[in-house]
Design a protein around this ligand. Structure first.
Ligand SMILES: [Fe+2]
Length: 292
């Protein structure tokens, strides 16, 4: 059920050179973001047969598998990630005015989900939003110092998760019911936003165990089997996904509507305890919707 192999491609060196040539025209990532918000940052590549072929492969692979891993880029503060993100043809999401690319660095001194070193959950991004982003793009800047033992990544494709739960035991059936038939709430821990509805509908999913737990607590639902259902969905997602790692520049393009993404526990290597350490860092951006 996992597919025969990881959906990955090595970037053609000539296409990489074309992307790099475009990326260096932006003095800063801020300048690249400004262009990406007012126009198609990838427009200069529209005459490149290699680029158009790459876009076709990326989009069709994500449609069939939920994600694609692209090897061979160079981390450049988000410039090449913005160019790759333009392959989706939709507008970029902003997390504050004018800003698209977020940088995360794992830290042993935080409990924030996006940069804690603790094991993450299979989830979608922006799950409490009225309209979650359609695609997520993640580029490795620095590899985890403990890789490959640490920072394992996985993506579980929704049709495979649902099929796995549908063919399992009663506990799997209970998890499938929660996902597909029960109106539940998701809530954000740092604001009052709450979303209610079916987690899976029309072939799409919004899901985050933490958002389910926050809503369950805030709304005083006290569902007794919530943790066991979350654990069941996690096991099913592991069963249908493949482990992989990314090196600097490697980029994961993933559907935020038809796939759950995950990363395992991360490590740090202290160079001067407690404030200086080496750890995994990455760039992330979101695309809101399909363009013309
Ligand atoms: Fe995420």
């Amino acid at each position: 059920m996992t597919g025969t192999c990881l959906p990955e491609i090595g970037l053609d060196p000539s296409l990489k050179a074309e992307i790099d040539s475009l990326a260096v025209t932006f003095a800063t990532v801020d300048a690249a973001e400004a262009v990406a918000l007012r126009s198609d940052i990838g427009a200069p590549l529209k005459t490149s047969r290699r680029w158009l072929t790459f876009c076709d492969i990326a989009r069709s692979t994500i449609e069939q598998r939920g994600y694609i891993v692209i090897r061979g880029l160079t981390p450049d503060e988000g410039r090449s990630l913005l160019i790759l993100g333009s392959a989706f043809g939709g507008p970029f999401d902003t997390y504050k005015p004018g800003r698209i690319v977020k940088r995360f660095r794992m830290s042993p001194w935080t409990t924030e989900l996006s940069h804690t070193t603790r094991t993450g959950d299979f989830h979608t991004d922006g799950n409490v939003s009225e309209t979650p982003p359609i695609w997520t793009a993640i580029q490795c800047e620095c590899e985890d110092p403990g890789a490959p033992e640490y920072a394992e990544q996985r993506v579980a494709f929704l049709p495979q998760v649902l099929a796995r739960l549908a063919s399992g035991n009663p506990a799997d059936g209970e998890a499938l019911t929660l996902l597909t038939e029960e109106v539940v709430a998701l809530a954000h821990e740092r604001n009052t936003a709450t979303w209610r509805g079916l987690l899976v509908q029309n072939g799409t999913i919004r899901y985050h165990p933490h958002s389910l737990r926050v809503a369950d607590s805030r709304l005083r639902v006290g569902r007794p089997n919530l943790d066991s259902i979350i654990a069941t969905i996690h096991r099913a997602s592991v069963d249908v996904s493949l482990p992989f790692h990314t090196r600097p520049g490697d980029t994961v393009l993933v559907s935020n509507l038809t796939a759950l993404h995950f990363r395992g526990a991360c490590s740090v290597r202290f160079t001067r305890f407690p404030s200086e350490f080496e750890s995994r860092s990455l760039y992330v951006l979101h695309v809101k919707g399909s363009g013309a």
